[in-house]
Design a protein around this ligand. Structure first.
Ligand code: GLN
Length: 594
């Protein structure tokens, strides 16, 4: 063993008598876990998360244990306070962590639940460092960006690696190389590669090849400069993935190879594709998966038999893309109607449910700010189903209620998500139960009938901050209801939550007398979580966010049901099976996926 290696192996944590600072989680085994580190240059929004999750999927298919981690540059401790209009939807994990929407991409691609260990922000890293400083953990040293802050980053990675026993950790660094707020992450990755040794880390640089209309050819200069910047920070990329509108030409790839200092075979074209679900095949076709496996020297961990099985399963799904024979339109009401990212998971859930049913799902965005009972019919004339998604605040609420009224009275399929569940309760209370002035106290503090109010259990902790009900909970299902059937006749279903208000239990008897069925509730507490309307072809709402747990090879039954009911609404003469029969049939077909 070389002297350096020996020192690195021995020194653990802070020390006063040498320059090495190598905080390692107890029991960490060097070499067990390898790292794939994905950075972006030229611009943000290249789809680092998509690339990274697709590559991770290909490795997972081969029997390797993979764990992604997204590292964000911002100082917020989590994404809970971010405006979805600027940052895309807030994705909630089963353990209640509110994080970036990329975690949704990973969960969907890998078909597995992630946790707070898979997400970090600069704020979390700094907070950990400052807490340690107050505890006197740095043994009298001045606390520095390097090595202490970078040390904390590596600690987070290695803890994930160790606890998950991962073969490969996929590290996605947010933002773009050159951003000040991400610079310490990149430095931490340089140190990681140095400490872990050769063949332990594979650096992937995503970049963008420009193709200006005026020139009509691909230009790689900006991409070259981006790679150069990464190299100036001490990182030699091992793979360059070129994002572009069209397939990247051999010439452009050659230039990237020469100036990026890497073999031509490791410069990939990752051009736009109609569906993100075709990207794994694109990466696989050019051999990127095995390129990475060879580079990390983990060929002996590959299970080819498993890979064949998994790939077949995946292709059963992707083969259906583009072969949709039917076409339906689902309306989504919402405040952020101009930004698709704020509803990313809903769009994905609809897309993959549609793919499974051979049905293209078009979206009609509806701004409900000026809608009334009189104009809702006109707005919903051409649609085959409607979703009222989650939201906060008062804008457009009356318009949403008008849309729900229309859906209820006209057999238009309806799916209410969180706020959409609450709005359905308000509509029913007002128009069926005759509870005048029914509303949510979020909308009108002094309404005559506050059918939706702050949770009694939460009222106690209100004012202390963090009064949102967050994360995965079991929902108790009522036997023989639509919800019970759609979850396969199980007693409970696991769903994810992010809400503050709920149905006031005092109103439950009135609502039930009117015909509303609460088919899902919290075990041991009167918190209503799923509602449905018998007699209507598909009218269902949930206080949860089922869109967050819909997966391409395991679509969420609530969305499958909406698409199936929408298909019946559009094509009444074709005798398609009803929503629940369709859900049950698909469940059977996909059983091996569950
Ligand atoms: N604003 C509502 C609440 O806090 C709904 C939240 C949501 O739709 N995510 O309960």
């Amino acid at each position: 063993m070389s002297e350096t290696k020996e020192l690195l192996a021995k020194v653990s944590g802070a020390s006063t008598d040498n320059e090495y600072f190598l905080p390692l989680p107890k029991g960490y085994q060097k070499g067990k876990t390898r790292y794939v580190i994905v950075t972006g240059t030229v611009m943000s929004g290249l789809g680092k998360g998509i690339f990274s999750s697709c590559l991770a999927k290909l490795l997972q298919d081969k029997g390797l244990k993979v764990e992604p981690i997204k590292m964000e540059g911002y100082l917020n401790i989590d994404s809970g306070t971010l405006n979805p209009f600027r940052h895309g939807e807030v994705f909630v994990l089963d353990d209640g962590m509110e994080c970036d929407m990329d975690l949704g991409t990973y969960e969907r691609m890998l078909d597995k639940n992630l946790s707070r260990a898979n997400f970090t922000t600069s704020g979390q890293i700094y907070r950990a460092v400052l807490d340690k400083e107050r505890h006197g953990d740095y043994l009298g040293r001045d606390v520095q960006m390097i090595p202490h802050v970078t040390g904390e980053v590596k600690m987070k990675l290695r803890t994930l690696a160790m606890q998950s026993k991962a073969d490969v950790v996929f590290v996605e660094i947010g933002g773009t190389v050159g951003d000040l707020e991400n610079a310490f992450y990149i430095e931490a990755m340089r140190e990681l590669a140095y400490e872990e040794g050769p063949n332990s880390c594979c650096f992937v640089a995503l970049t963008y090849i420009l193709e200006p209309n005026a020139l009509g050819e691909q230009k790689s200069k900006a991409a070259q400069l981006g790679i150069k910047q990464l190299m100036q920070m001490g990182i030699q990329p091992d793979i360059i993935a070129c994002r572009a509108e069209n397939p990247v030409t051999v010439q452009a790839r050659q230039k990237m190879s020469v100036f990026g200092n890497i073999p031509f075979e490791r410069v990939f074209s990752m051009h736009d594709s109609a569906s993100i679900y075709s990207i794994p095949a694109m990466l696989r076709d050019c051999g990127l998966d095995f390129e990475v496996i060879r580079m990390l020297r983990i060929e002996d961990r590959v299970n080819l038999r498993r890979e064949r099985r998994e790939w077949e399963r995946w292709c059963d799904f992707t083969d259906k893309i583009g072969n949709e024979k039917r076409d339906i339109t689902i309306a989504i009401t919402g405040k952020y109607t101009s930004v698709r990212d704020s509803y990313a998971s809903i769009l994905h859930a609809l897309e993959h449910s549609g793919i499974h049913l051979g049905c293209k799902v078009r979206i009609k965005w509806i701004d409900t700010s000026d809608l009334t009972d009189a104009t809702a019919a006109e707005a919903l004339k051409e649609v085959d189903g409607i979703i009222v998604p989650g939201g906060f605040g008062t804008r457009g609420m009356e318009g949403k209620i008008a849309c729900i009224r229309y859906a209820r009275m006209n057999n238009l399929p309806y799916l209410g998500l969180c706020l959409g569940f609450q709005a359905a309760v308000i509509e029913f209370a007002r128009n069926v139960c005759g509870l005048e002035g029914a509303n949510s106290t979020e909308i009108d503090q002094n309404c005559a009938n506050p059918v939706i109010d702050i949770l009694p259990e939460q009222k106690k902790i209100e004012g202390l901050g963090g009064n949102m009900r967050l994360g995965g909970r079991d929902v108790e299902l009522k036997k023989d209801t639509l919800a019970w059937k759609m979850f396969g006749g199980k007693e409970t279903a696991r769903m994810r939550f992010r809400h503050r208000y709920e149905v006031d239990p005092r109103y439950i008897p009135d609502l039930e007398k009117g015909g509303l069925v609460f088919s899902g509730k919290a075990p041991n507490q009167p918190i209503m979580q799923i509602l449905e309307l018998p007699g209507h072809p598909y009218f269902i709402g949930t206080q949860a966010h089922p869109e967050l747990t819909g997966r391409p090879i395991n679509p969420h039954p609530m969305f499958v049901g909406l698409v199936a009911a929408g298909r019946n609404y559009r094509y009444p003469g074709e005798n398609f099976p009803d929503a629940i029969t369709t859900i049950q049939a698909l469940r059977k077909e996909l059983e091996p996926n569950q």
